[in-house]
Structure formats: structure tokens, C-alpha cells
Ligand binder design. Structure first.
Ligand code: ADP
Length: 259
């Protein structure tokens, strides 16, 4: 129940009457919960066949390498890449529903942020050799955070940098210390983002509408999840961008006192 109204008092401070409205939002809340449960159920159900598909594809890949069937191997690699994309999308939906139901728990440990970023960059270079990916930063940058979730934020930002820029352009990633924060920035030489789109970029399901982005697949949940994860760590996420020049996405994590 939500009330919107005003109380009127007499001189000794006792309320005489309250004017306003009482809205029953229970129904609305329940709708949200049902929607969330539905999304998470569908995502889970989609994951199961995808996992076995992936196992079959791996088996076929192995066989076609054994028999030197180059054509099959190439097609299977393509299938694998599409399945990976599908899996990332499903994880995205799963994460949104978990976030909204408040069920996401952080599993914090101490880890080297630069090393994590370098590993993800290396994996990306293997899957998408189309871009130059560079990582700069101190050898050791220890943070106390949820490594898997921070990894998914880094993955998302690098994924977007790839998606919204030309082949053979540079993606420059930096890990730095700024006062009491570890800061990671992902810079691309891509499309850039108009100033009036910037405030809504981290909103759920927000996608920029432009002729350039129309053909690029996505659901507008990636940055929303990134922002939620970083906020849960008491960090910040922000962006600087110029249309036609490129974007720099930043996130910061506080150096925690709890070890
Ligand atoms: P998606 O990429 O699935 O649409 P995101 O939440 O990751 O969803 O991003 C929201 C929107 O922000 C995108 O639709 C895109 O228009 C814009 N965007 C995100 N990253 C970049 C980038 N590096 N360069 C240009 N535009 C970007």
C-alpha cells in the first residue's frame, strides 16, 4: 500500500484529518514478481538444451578435426560462436531477473583486477581477432570484490566496444589507482553516443536508436546489469563519448577495508 497525501494538524500538533489517496500497489508488485519468475524460468529452461547442444557441437568439432573435414570444422566454429552469443544473452536475462528480485548475492574475495582484465582481453582476442585490444595497468591491483560478476562487467564493456566499432580499430583498456578506488576504463574508436542518449544509457532495455545501431543485435540489458553490479560494490560507472570519435566507459571499485 502506498499513500500520497497530506496531514492537517491543529495548534497542539494533533492530526485533524488526512487528505489524499491510498493506492493499492500489491497487485502491481505481484505482477512484477510473476514477470521476474517467468523470465528466470524461461532462461533456465533455455539453458539446459543449449548446454547439451554445445556438448554435441564439441563432439562434432573433435570428430571433424580427426577426419580433417575443414568445411565441417569451419561451420561448427560458426555454430559455436552463435551459441556463445545466445548463452550470454540468456545469462543477461537471468541476471536481470535475479537483480530485480534482489536475489543476487556477492561472493567477494581478494583478486588481481589487472590479471582478470588481461585474461578476459586474451580470451576476447581469440574469439574476435578483428580488433586490436591493448591492456595497460600495474602488474598487481588487488581488490576485494565478486570476481565473476566484475568479470562479466569487463566482458560486457569489451563486448560493446567490439560491437559498436569498426574492425581493426583499437580497444584500449586501462587499470589504474585513483585515490581510494581501482578504476578500469575501456576506450574504443567507434560510433560514439549522442549527448542526449547518455543519461539513459544504463537504464533497463535502453538502446540508442540510430541508423548505425539498427542492424546491431542487442536487448539493452548489458549496461543496466553492469551498473547494478558496480553499485552493489559501492563503486561508480560512467561514460565519456563523442559521436564519430568513440567512447570511454569507466567503472570504479573502492579499496575495501574488509579483507
Ligand atoms: P545492447 O548493446 O544489448 O543494446 P547495452 O545495455 O550493452 O545493450 O547498451 C545500451 C546501448 O548503449 C546500446 O544499444 C548502444 O546503442 C549503446 N552503447 C553501449 N556501448 C557502446 C559503445 N561502446 N559505443 C557506442 N554505443 C554504445
Amino acid at each position: 500500500i502506498r499513500t500520497a497525501g497530506k496531514a492537517y494538524y491543529n495548534e497542539d500538533g494533533t492530526a485533524i484529518y488526512i487528505a489524499g489517496a491510498i493506492l493499492d500497489i500489491t497487485e502491481h508488485k505481484q505482477d512484477e514478481i510473476r514477470k521476474n519468475d517467468f523470465i528466470s524460468m524461461v532462461s533456465h529452461e533455455l539453458k539446459t538444451p543449449l548446454t547439451s547442444l554445445s556438448a554435441y557441437v564439441q563432439l562434432l568439432q573433435y570428430k571433424s578435426k580427426q577426419t580433417d573435414n575443414v568445411f565441417s570444422a569451419q561451420i561448427l566454429d560458426k555454430i559455436n560462436i552463435q551459441m556463445k552469443k545466445m548463452s550470454i544473452m540468456i545469462d543477461g536475462f537471468l541476471n536481470v531477473s535475479l537483480l530485480e528480485s534482489g536475489k543476487i548475492l556477492l561472493n567477494k574475495t581478494n583478486f588481481n583486477l589487472t590479471a582478470l582484465v588481461k585474461t578476459i582481453a586474451e580470451e576476447t582476442r581469440m574469439v574476435s581477432p578483428s580488433h586490436f585490444i591493448q591492456v595497460l595497468g600495474p602488474e598487481e591491483l588487488i581488490v576485494h570484490a565478486d570476481m565473476e560478476k566484475i568479470g562479466s562487467v569487463v566482458n560486457n564493456l569489451i563486448g560493446n566496444a567490439l560491437k559498436y566499432s569498426r574492425k581493426e580499430s583499437l580497444i584500449a583498456i586501462k587499470c589504474e589507482i585513483q585515490d581510494d578506488y581501482a578504476v578500469v576504463s575501456v576506450e574504443d574508436e567507434g560510433l560514439g553516443i549522442r549527448e542526449n542518449d547518455l543519461p539513459r544509457l544504463f537504464d533497463r532495455f535502453y538502446r540508442v536508436e540510430s541508423p548505425d545501431t539498427k542492424t546491431i543485435a542487442g536487448f539493452g540489458v548489458g549496461l543496466y546489469i553492469c551498473a547494478e553490479v558496480i553499485e552493489r560494490h559501492n563503486g561508480k560507472i560512467w561514460v565519456e563519448s563523442k559521436v564519430g570519435k568513440g567512447s570511454i566507459f569507466y567503472f570504479s571499485l573502492p579499496f575495501s577495508t574488509e579483507q
